[in-house]
Design a protein around this ligand. Structure first.
Ligand SMILES: O=C(O)C1=N[C@H](C(=O)O)C[C@H](O)C1
Length: 297
């Protein structure tokens, strides 16, 4: 199992490849994860938003987690596997978190309960119950998706719970990480890709970065530059990645990522499950132009 010191650097929320008929494409998943592991990432997230958690069944999460563990063993590495287990039902989240622990996950990513817009007290109680299971918990704050925003006090209270080892902050700016850094020694990872550099400067310990499914080396290098204090070089490295990041979030994640990975031949198909749809022709053209400019440089 992981601890808070492991929560730094680039964690990649892995896409879940499907075949055109919508079934799980395990060979593509293996090929993609093997590449990610070769790039010096610090961790993998299975069943994140980028892994299409709303439409992936628990049986599939189980299969993906087992594949991931086997690949890590085969490659002789020890990067932590974090499994997304959060739902908007505390009892279901507890039960999924227990199952993730039994599967050998090193930690779980638990989103703030979405849709029902619970009170701050309800959110704190949700995390207290999940943390009791004993597997390390990473809180995932993403108000644009959940419909409710954590106050700084609530975020701090949740981070103070034993068993909560850190936070993924996708709140849309650097205010939360700036406010939390002096208040807690628990790490905050940036989950808002365009803000990654600013978040690192504000005290974030790394990023859970969907975009790092592609050009993974460049993201890891940019992080290393920032972590070693070479902020000017890091800023320049992130600036080079920004046009890619913007295109990847121009339409719903992970459709653009899947298009790019299929275009690069890493996965067999860009298929996503409804209600997600493949990217538009306009975005495909823009990504094609970006790829050609990368290939020329
Ligand atoms: O799956 C994730 O974890 C992430 N999802 C975010 C989103 O889709 O909103 C983006 C972030 O890079 C990581």
């Amino acid at each position: 199992m992981m601890n808070q010191r492991d929560l730094q650097g680039i964690y990649v929320p892995v896409i879940t490849p499907f075949l055109p008929d919508g079934t799980l494409d395990t060979p593509s998943y293996r090929a993609h994860v093997k590449k990610l592991l070769a790039h010096g990432i610090q961790g993998l997230v299975v069943n994140g938003t980028t892994g299409e958690s709303p439409t992936v069944s628990w049986e599939e999460v189980k299969a993906l987690t087992e594949e991931t563990r086997a690949l890590i063993r085969e490659q002789g590495t020890s990067v932590p596997i974090v499994v997304g287990t959060g739902t908007n039902d505390t009892a279901a989240t507890v039960s999924r978190t227990e199952m993730a622990a039994r599967l050998g996950a090193d930690g779980v990513l638990v989103v703030v309960p979405y849709y029902s817009r619970p009170s701050q007290e309800g959110i704190i109680a949700h995390f207290r119950q999940v943390a009791q299971i004993g597997i390390p918990v990473i809180v995932y704050e993403i108000p644009a998706r959940t419909g409710v925003r954590l106050t700084v006090d609530t975020a701090r209270t949740i981070l103070d719970i034993d068993g909560v080892i850190g936070m993924k902050d996708s709140s849309g700016g650097t205010e939360l990480v700036t406010a939390l850094t002096p208040l807690t020694d628990k790490p905050v990872l940036c989950g808002e890709d365009p803000c990654l550099f600013d978040a690192l400067r504000a005290g974030a310990a790394g990023g859970m970065t969907a975009s790092a499914n592609v050009y993974t080396d460049s993201f890891c290098e940019a992080y290393r530059l920032a972590a070693s204090g070479r902020l000017e070089d890091a800023g320049a490295a992130f600036a080079r990645l920004l046009p890619l990041i913007r295109l990847l979030f121009q339409e719903p994640n992970p459709s653009p990522l899947k298009w790019l990975l299929a275009r690069q031949g890493v996965i067999a198909s860009d298929a996503v499950r409804l209600p997600l749809t493949p990217i538009t022709g306009g975005l495909a053209d823009a990504l094609e132009r970006l790829l050609s400019s990368h290939e020329r440089s």
